[in-house]
Design a protein around this ligand. Structure first.
Ligand SMILES: [Zn+2]
Length: 196
């Protein structure tokens, strides 16, 4: 008798994120990769100039540990080295995602393994507009922009509308206004927990 054997596997969140991030990397265009590196790793385009300054001695107050750090960082071209930074970035972007979301992504990547993702989800802040746990917690979440609805967590001012308006727009068409529909992450509602 033949039975379908599904391998069962309990996987820690961190390991799950690594696999999901590595898979996401495959779908990024080179333009997007460069954009991520430039926006998130400030030294990315500066590395050559910084190294030259160090060699010339015009950077005298820089600590040895930082010099070592600069030397270890990739050149401003896409290499195997930069993949480490990109995966690190993509993993970071998976913070606050539910274990169920990670599990569904793993199931897509490898349908033959039944993964059960375990581990506590990082403590997230609640977006006051869409009420998903999608932003940083507490003071760290001030000025965060919610990827579900695009509300900026800083009151009515920076959003140029009242929270009530934004809420009703979100319920009606899925973002704080029509223009923001271009910027919201279409997957985000599946990623985060919603307030009960
Ligand atoms: Zn939101």
């Amino acid at each position: 008798m033949l039975a379908t054997i599904l391998m069962k596997h309990r996987m820690d969140r961190s390991e799950a994120k690594e696999i999901v991030a590595t898979n996401e990397l495959k779908n990024l265009s080179n333009e997007r990769k460069i954009q991520i590196l430039e926006e998130n790793y400030w030294w990315f385009n500066e590395k050559v100039a910084i190294k030259e300054s160090i060699e010339e001695g015009s950077y005298p107050k820089i600590p040895d540990s930082f010099i070592e750090f600069i030397h270890k960082t990739p050149n401003p071209i896409l290499t195997k080295e930069t993949e480490i930074l990109l995966i690190d970035f993509l993993k970071f972007k998976l913070k606050y995602t539910t274990n169920l979301y990670l599990k569904t992504q793993l199931d897509i990547i490898n349908p033959n393994i039944q993964n059960n993702v375990i581990g506590e989800v990082e403590i997230a802040g609640l977006c006051p507009c869409c009420e998903y746990y999608s932003i940083d917690y507490g003071e760290d979440g001030f000025w965060d922009i919610c990827s579900v609805c695009f509300w900026e967590n800083g009151g009515d001012g920076p959003n140029h509308m009242t929270l009530e308006n934004a809420k009703s727009n979100f319920l009606e068409f899925g973002a704080i206004d029509k223009e923001s529909l271009n910027y919201v992450d279409k997957e985000a509602k599946r990623k985060y927990k919603k307030k009960l």
